[in-house]
Ligand binder design. Structure first.
Ligand SMILES: [Zn+2]
Length: 176
């Protein structure tokens, strides 16, 4: 039984999943508008019967995390769209690794601008060399993201309710 509500940004991008009770509170406070309901689920209280909110949209611009984005493996993968930054192959948190662009042995630091998502073969090939020494090229310049990458919202495909489907298409290739 679906009991969660998908929250969309003003631009209809999925940003998070919240318990439906929280969605009701946000609706009551006028912070979100109702986009989709679950047809089959009803909330019953003594005085009212209403459909459960499936998708809501923020009314005001979503101010993403004012705090700096946490430096973590999942956020690095998110920034790099789960692709090896050398060959472009898709990696998962399980199959992939990360690479120090400037190797630690050459003074490279473990920071946003020096860490990229990498597949095992590229990591082995690059070894303790800089990209130019290894004859490899970065696909994108690693930077510190201003916002938690949208890919951090990873929802198992099996748990996505039908009512969310048309909104999840934005990053559907990243779900699963
Ligand atoms: Zn690779």
């Amino acid at each position: 039984m679906p009991d969660q509500t998908l929250v969309l940004s003003q631009g209809y991008q999925p940003i998070k999943v919240i318990p439906w009770q929280r969605a009701i509170t946000l609706l009551t406070l006028g912070k979100v508008e109702l986009i989709e309901e679950y047809d089959e689920e009803h909330i019953r209280s003594r005085y009212l019967v209403m459909k459960m909110p499936a998708v809501v949209r923020l009314i005001n611009a979503f101010r993403r995390h004012k705090k700096p984005v946490k430096f973590s493996r999942i956020n690095i993968y998110g920034r790099d769209k789960y692709r090896c930054q050398y060959c472009g192959d898709e990696v998962t948190l399980e199959s992939g690794t990360y690479d120090h662009v400037v190797p630690r042995s050459k003074g490279g630091k473990t920071v946003w601008s020096n860490i990229v998502t990498c597949c095992e073969p590229c990591n082995a090939k690059k070894s303790n060399q800089t990209p130019s020494e290894a004859g490899m090229h970065l696909r994108t310049k690693p930077i510190q993201p201003k916002a938690v990458p949208i890919q951090a919202l990873r929802i198992s495909r099996t748990s996505v309710p039908d009512a969310w489907a048309s909104y999840m298409y934005w990053n559907s290739s990243l779900i699963g």
